[in-house]
Design a protein around this ligand. Sequence first.
Ligand code: ACO
Length: 473
Amino acid sequence: MAPTWRLLTSRLPPTHTDGRVIDLPFLKDATGASFLDVRKLYPTTQICTYDPGFNSTASCASAITFIDGDKGRLLYRGYPIEDLAEHGDMADCAHLLIRGVLPTRKQRREFQREVRAHRLVHEHLIRFFHGFNHDAHPMAILVSVVGALSAFYNDDHDYTDPATRDLAGMRCVGKMPTLAAYAYKTAHGQPIVYPRDDLNLAQNLMYMIFALPTRPYDLDPVACRCLEVILMLHADHEQNASTSTVRIAGSSQANPFACIAAGVASLWGPAHGGANEAVLSMLEEIGTVDRIPECVARAKSKTDPFRLMGFGHRVYKQTDPRARLMRNMCHKLLDHLKIEDPLLDLAMELEKVALSDEYFIKRKLYPNVDFYSGICFRALGIPREMFTVIFAVGRSVGWISQWIEMAGENVSRISRPRQMYEGALERPFVPISEREGDDGDEEDPIDSRPDSADDLHHLGRMLSVRIANSHGA
Ligand code: ACO
């Protein structure tokens, strides 16, 4: 008979009483929250916990970011995001997340100098951009070129050395905006623009995206500051999907840039960083205020997979503080640029309707950071397919901070979850002639059937693009 175990804890009632007891300790974090430490559960009992989506599982201990989901609070190393967004800049934020403290003036100067020194990417890496079709999504380009950085920085690096880990951090902060801007230029068929040492991170990103070699480009300080705040708001967010992906990749001691590329891939999905693109598409589809009830009804329907994009969050059961900051900034930016965007009015009305609807109230679904960010990006002139790329630039600071923290822990183990197996149990191999439905025909040595119409269509499209490009289109 399989052994049964009683969970003896200070909170849980015993579930089995046949005498076997496992004492699982409770841990408390810095906020006093309790965690049942199940690390010795499986080795002792061969019983696993089952938690798809990790709703009840802390995957690590971290000192970087804290979210109080019930109160709608977000702290970077203890500092409220509202204060950092109002009084700090990206250099403060990156130094704080990566090195753990708000920098002194001297530390700030040194940090900026180091980041500046890492802004350029190897000229050979620029060749990678030439391989993409003009209609490639910039996130597809970013995943590839960030991963390619590992080919340039993989030479005998000893990441057990804190200085080497910090160097990886400086390279990441320095190069991500450059790669993001080059992804934009590639997708638009424009020449890449090299970074400038006299500009800060946000100014440089703006400059590298929008400047052309043929004409002067004036940076708008309000627009640059807005982009800087957007980057800061996205810089870190506890163990979200992409950060957890970075940590899982890093747990095998993979190259840090390969890990960051894994984070970019995870961020891309519409349930995560891709939501900002999806919010704008949704608002455009709704079009007018009178169509809001129809959209809300669809979001509530159990038979319709549609969700209100930019609403809901795994951790926040209150308005995401970043959404509030983003909404205020959206107003200021539109005023400054003298833009009247009907989508802002539509978004505010949609927020009002959803927040007074029983469905959203009961499930504690509030606007998240993505609800208003798309409207800010639009006002800045950033095209939709670049939204998640900008998010990735901001979040890369958090990814590398979390990677540095993890790589610096000597106790870190490879992340290797268990599964609940639902497939067939062991059975004998079936020879091909005895398999159900076998037609008795021998296989062709080479499959001579034509490619599918879809493949042929894609090949034709690629060829016509190449021909168009070779004629200077
Ligand atoms: N619209 C309608 N219903 C929703 C929404 C939404 N946006 N979000 C959650 N729900 C409902 C679910 O249908 C579910 O209802 P049920 O209890 O009747 O089955 C309930 O609320 C709980 O939803 P879950 O999917 O279990 O919540 P989870 O924590 O797994 O998902 C997520 C969080 C992915 C963010 C979800 O709210 C969502 O899909 N939102 C829209 C996409 C989005 O804005 N993503 C950006 C997230 S923030 C970021 O990554 C920067």
